[in-house]
Write a protein that binds this ligand. Structure first.
Ligand SMILES: NC(=O)c1ccc[n+]([C@@H]2O[C@H](COP(=O)([O-])OP(=O)(O)OC[C@H]3O[C@@H](n4cnc5c(N)ncnc54)[C@H](O)[C@@H]3O)[C@@H](O)[C@H]2O)c1
Length: 271
């Protein structure tokens, strides 16, 4: 018997990277998953792999009506919704503010905040009634950039900091019926892309060579895989295992949030 037996989750950005790993693991734990993603190929691959355990909807998380349709499809196919996972995101490849002209800043802001913040709010809005009925929860993917500088540029960092406010305010507004929590992962080697408006849609985060410096940057000395991040989502979705949790942002980042000033792990000072 899986830890999420009989549960139903709706995952945005579930056709690739971390989201796809969440879907795989949730289904392995006995759940069924609806997935909202813009990638037709990624969604088709999910259907191929998981058959009637998944329901897919192609669209852009920035659109209110797409989120409404995703929740309606979830209820139609699976009869309930226990967990909304807001996860679809864009990165800004550390673009500094002064590298952006006025028009780029406006367009990049609209696109990146549209996906990373407005997309999460639309998902939360669309799923709230169903979650209230099931006594369910919301989980959002944030980042080390939700707490610290230099995990992105100012657009990404500000958008993930906004995610912390979103989690806390929604946890407050939706208590006691719906729990709202977040996972803040560190760097992961996924297909994470950037805003088309900044010309960053054809690159992904694997192109920056993070793996060549991870042992010097990450206190635990390695880059966790998507599969290693997913148990945090299982924990936050499994009702019996997180009874007191709401408004919580789980730092889950290989130690990036306790990285020291002089070295990542204090070894130089100890010698
Ligand atoms: N990769 C990392 O280093 C890292 C680190 C910390 C946090 N995160 C966060 O993890 C989350 C997932 O990212 P990932 O690394 O798995 O990237 P990914 O690109 O592999 O997966 C993201 C998915 O979201 C989808 N998507 C993007 N924009 C969309 C839109 N407007 N509408 C619908 N679907 C959309 C993509 O098609 C893709 O399937 C993001 O919120 C990201 O900020 C990633």
């Amino acid at each position: 018997m899986g830890r999420l037996q009989g549960q139903v989750a709706l995952v945005t950005g579930g056709a690739g990277g971390l989201g796809r790993a969440i879907v795989e693991r949730f289904i392995g734990e006995g759940a069924r998953c609806a997935v909202l993603d813009r990638s037709a190929a990624g969604l088709a691959a999910l259907e191929q792999a998981f058959g009637d355990k998944v329901a897919v909807i192609q669209g852009d998380v920035r659109e209110a009506e797409v989120n409404d349709r995703a929740v309606a499809l979830t209820l139609e196919r699976f009869g309930t919704l226990d967990c909304f996972i807001g996860n679809a995101g864009l990165w800004d490849f550390n673009r500094p503010l002064v590298s952006l002209c006025g028009a780029e800043l406006t367009a990049g802001f609209d696109e990146l905040f549209g996906v990373n913040v407005l997309g999460y709010l639309h998902g939360a809005r669309a799923s709230a009634a169903a979650l209230r009925q099931s006594g369910g929860s919301m989980i959002f993917t944030l980042s080390n950039a939700a707490h610290l500088p230099n995990g992105g540029g100012v657009l990404y960092t500000a958008s993930k900091h906004a995610g912390v406010g979103l989690v806390r305010q929604l946890a407050y507004e939706l208590a006691p019926n719906i729990r709202v929590n977040a996972v803040a992962p560190g760097g992961i080697l996924t297909g994470l892309t950037g805003p088309a408006s900044l010309g960053l849609n054809d690159r992904d985060i694997r192109s920056i060579g993070f793996e060549t410096v991870a042992d010097r940057i990450v206190p635990l000395g390695f880059i966790p895989t998507v599969e290693e991040y997913v148990p945090a989502y299982v924990f936050l979705a499994a009702r019996a295992e997180n009874v007191p949790a709401t408004g919580m942002v789980l730092n889950y980042d290989g130690g990036l949030s306790i990285r020291g000033f002089m070295s990542p792990n204090g070894q130089e000072i100890a010698q």
